[in-house]
Design a binder for this molecule. Sequence first.
Ligand SMILES: [Zn+2]
Length: 399
Amino acid sequence: MSNDLFIRNVRPMAGAAADVHVRDGRIAAIGPDLAAPAGVEVLDGGGAILTPGLVEAHTHLDKSLWGMGWRPHDAGPRLIDKIDNERRLKKLINIDPARQSARQVVQSSRMGSTAIRSHVDVDTEIGLWGMEGVLQTRADYADIMDIDIVAFPQSGLMIRPGTADLLDQAMKMGADVVGGLDPCAIDRDPKGQLDVVFGLAERYGKPVDIHLHEGGTMGAFSMDLIIERTRALGMTGKVTVSHAFCLGDPDPALVDPLIAALAELDIAIMTTGPASRPAPPIAKLAAAGVRICSGSDGIRDTWGPYGNADMLERAMFLGLRNNFRKDEEVELAFDVVTHGGARVMGLAGYGLEVGCRADLLIVPGTAITEAVVSRPSNRIVIKRGRVVARDGAVLREAP
Ligand SMILES: [Zn+2]
């Protein structure tokens, strides 16, 4: 199938009108008043904004309840309550990772994402069920989505003997990133967990992405240990800390040295812009040169009822949480859900320059900020030069 396309009259990043010639899935030319090559499909952009595809850099494809009917949410208040509740329900109500990840991938594509980083549960009860399912979806839906897989010890690593071996197997199966989780609060053995996580990263030559919900001084302590290992192992640029609520602590004496070390070692931060937890300060991190990405985290799962896979909406949440009001501030939030995610995931050829992969979003609006706050539903999503979603209708259907 040809991945050639001529896009007429779009405004790259809400700037001046341009045309785009896509050849072999890449941008071959972009500029004003290009001549449409003969025989190539022409798409009229109608003066809408053209941006690179949105990047969902933190979600959990294996456990969304999307399409499974509504379930009341009754898990207890603590993190461990939600973890235990979910592990119990997975087999009980058959949260099939292959089916559910496919459903979420299709929804993400509909909303404009062209790349996803998914953490995938690995534990001693479900074993590698999640890995098998998401790997299958990654292969089956490769035409609409790039999927990066993090092998994720959701139920803890040291407190569940056998999990380290399963993580090792997950890396052999094709996981791209080694995951970790609250080395103090969940595992109660930070040295033990980080030895395993960084040990696997070293053995397989892969990056690390650690969920760190721990707040305040405990979170700062764990982050310090992550920083120490990143430095000792020469893993500059290969580590991401997800959530990092401790960076939302009001005490600059706690936070500022951490931010300086993150910048020095190029450790990236993922934030969802959480409404109910302390959140990493995006503008301050960006000013320090820290790479920042964002994601929906869990979408309609047993943890909570929220989520629609819309990274434009996520940019709005980032803006609201960070008190962004000026256009340039909201544009920073938009950068986090596009280039920020691409930088963290290491997506090659991401952007709107000639030679970049034609993973694109066309969305109505006069300015990026207007698109973020109005989140229009009439979007056109292009993956490798092919229209994969238009006005909510998708090229690939979910099971
Ligand atoms: Zn998560």
